[in-house]
Structure formats: C-alpha cells, structure tokens
Ligand binder design. Sequence first.
Ligand SMILES: *Cc1c(COP(=O)(O)O)cnc(C)c1O
Length: 490
Amino acid sequence: MAKNRESPVEMTTEEFRESGHQLIDLISDFLQNIKTRPVTTGASPSQIKKLLKLDHLPVKGTKATELLVKTSELLFNHSLFNGHPKFLGYITSSAAPIGALGDLLAASVNANVGANMLSPVATEIEKLTIQWLAEFIGVSPDYGGILVSGGNMANFTGFLAGRNAKSSQDFKQHGVLNQVNRLMIYCSKATHTWIEKAAILFGHGTYSIRWIKTDENNKMDISELDVAIDLDKTNGFQPIMIIGTAGDVSTGVVDDLKAIASLSKKYNLWFHVDGAYGAPAAGLPELKDLFSGIEEADSIALDPHKWFYSPLEAGCTLVKNPKDLLNAFSSHPDYYNFDGDGEEPMVNFYEYGLQNSRGFRGLKVWLSLLQVGAHGYQKSIREDIELARYFFELAQVHEELEAVTQNLSITTLRFVPKGFEKDEKYLNNLNESLTNSLQKGGKMFLSNAIIEGKYCLRGCIVNFRTSKKDIEEMIDIIVKEGHAIQLNLS
Ligand SMILES: *Cc1c(COP(=O)(O)O)cnc(C)c1O
C-alpha cells in the first residue's frame, strides 16, 4: 500500500463540489416542475426492475457525477410524488424542501446522536427540537422524549415506557410470561395497527388488547372503557395502559382525551396518546378544546414527517416524565464511557429508546421549525384543514357525490351516479374501482376508507402545495373518471 492512501470511497473536493452543484440544479428543476408531472406513472415492479438494468453488483465502480445524474433521472421519471399538489393519499405529506438540505448537511457531518459525546451539537439540537414540538402542541415544555423513525416507532417507544412503568418491579427480570395477572391494554377499534404489532412483537399477544367500541361520533366509548377496566380487575387481570387517538388514521376523529385522562387517573394506568397524524393540530388555538386532555398524557406519539412536513423519516415520542424512558431503555455496558466528567448531566439518546447508533434526523425537523416558525406552521395546518372542508363542501353540493365525513384535514366522499343511489353493492364496487383507477392514472392520488360499510374515497391534506384550484379540479377528475369506470363496469 502506498504511504498516502487512495481510497475508492473518497471523492476529490472538486468531484464532490461538481456533482453536488449539478445535483442541486437537478433537484431545483424537479421541485419547480413537480406539479406538471404525473403523480405516478403506475409502472409495475417488473417494469421498474427493467429500468434498473443491473442484476448483479458491478465489480468496478462508476464515477459519482454520472451516477447521480442517471439516478436523478430514474427517480424523477418513475417515482410516486407525495410532493405533488394533488397527492392526498394516506397520511403522507409533501416534504419541506429545507429538510432535503438538512439531511444532506446532517449526513455530511454524520453525527452519531446515540451519545452526547459523539454528537455535542446534534444532541442539543435534538433536545431543543423535542421541546419545541411539545411547546407547539401545547403540552408542558418539560416533556422529554426522543426522535424516532416514524409513528409506529414513536408509539412503540411510549408503549414500552408505559408497560415498564405500570407492571411489577421485577418485570425486567421476569418478562411478560411470568406476570401473575395478564397485563391489559385498552384502545378503541379505530386505533392504528401499530398496537397489534406491539402486542405481538413485545410478547403480550393480541388477546391482551381490549378493543373498546366507538360511540356515534366514532370516539372511544368512555363508559364502555370504564366497565371493561373494572371487569378485568375483578377477574384478575392487570390493566396497565389506555391508548387514546388524536386523529384516527381513517377519518381524523380525536378521542375524548380529557375523559380518558381521568379514567387513567382513577385506575392508575399509563395514558398514551397516538397523535402521529393529528397532534400538530393541537397547536391551533381554535382547536384547543378538541385536544383538551393531551396535556395530561404520560406519553404522546407524533410524526414530524406527517403534519410538520419533514421528509421521511421523522417521528417523535414525548414523555411527561423523561425518567420513564430511562427506566425502560437505559443500560450501561462497561464499554460505554459516555457519562462525561460529571460537571453536567449528559443526555445520551441511546438510553431513551430502542436504537443505539442514531442518525441526525433532528436537523431537518429543527431547520424547518426555524424556517417556518410557529405562526407559519399554524397557518399551513389551518389551511390544510380549510381545504379539506372545501373538498367536503364541494362534494356536498355536487349531484353525483356524497360527502361522508370531515375531521381535521381528512375528508371522505363517494361517487354516487344518478339512478344508483340505493344499490350499495354496486356503489362499493364502483368506488373501489374508481380509487384503483385514480391511483394508477397519475392525475391525482387518493386512498380509501370503509365507513359503515360504504367504500369511500379518502383525501388527507397534509400538503402545503395543494390549493383551492387543485381541490376544484380534483372534484371534476373524480366525477369524470367515475363515469368512465361506470361504462367499464356495465
Ligand atoms: C401514520 C400513523 C401511524 C404510523 O406512523 P408511521 O409514521 O407510518 O410509522 C400510527 N398512528 C396513527 C394515528 C397514524 O396516523
């Protein structure tokens, strides 16, 4: 080996600068033109695989500049764009452009935010980011927490902290299996699937979940919840946790968090709020009442990559007493010397969650919070909600559309052509075909929801690029496409 090493991994400064500038130019053009592109090309996996050309890992490398240009083309011409103004599917937001630059910067410095010593600036930025998120949604800034990859992980983290806090002292030694009384978890039927995954993966089994029915407003039925907990206690189960949802994934309903908080107190249970989608709306003064009780939660999951428009991935768990995270997750192997010299307590994020090494995902969130500001976020979230209401209103007055639900920024509706108002089976088939066809067509993108047996189109606006004009155009696209499908079905 030569004395001065020449690594194939290294790039010369010139090469980096040149390909970087070129890439930024390509991305700028892409963002400028995103609304003129189809939302998706609807290509199949095998068509896409053909485009990639390579079946095996090449033996020889390729120049970075060439790779980045080719790969940009591939991505810009064949992706599904959730940053398109007419993308309203699932709960996937447009990404704040500053987030892309933040990720580039974060990756360039490559801080390992598992330990304070390895990420002195990054750890402080993440601590502040967590505090700002808490402040924005109106809970005490003393909540601590951790940034994670998304809503599922944020909910898992809160779940694990809660079960550790509310099970027996020797839980860590005995685990789930040796609990004398089965640990029970309570949530409504509208809860996101993360809870099933958690119950299965963390050893409880799905029988440990009590699915509480929802009332006529689709909120968890509080008197049923009370009865279920009481009955379980009488029968020798050990209730540990109630999960309230702040913006359910299907229709955006917020549970009565205040009532859940008081039942949690009554039975000494952990109160977890799944606000992965909806929690940011708690930052609007006009919605304070709707979210009342969130400030009493022991843990809250929220997703900066949803309604704070961060690029994927960014989730966050907020915990009222940050010690509960340490109690659940901290361990001190003798090969870690991360406690500093004792002058100031160090926050080492590996002790607050499931990950060990951690990337600096906080930077993109922090930068966009700074760029946009609290007022900017309030404005954008409020406008998303107003547009969802407009979408609902246009469906209400349209002769061939039925407006079904409207909560937060989620609107559900369906296409009901004249003469078929009574034929539920036909309407379900029709609207399912319509959803599939809209999703592949590339003009716009919606997902679906089943509401009281009705197959509905569902639009969720967490998209700062969507305008009133887009909503009006989408109404036309839906009806036009609906008629085309109708001809195909008959
Ligand atoms: C989106 C969502 C999740 C899952 O979040 P991911 O970021 O997709 O992991 C969980 N709960 C609710 C209410 C959600 O809206």
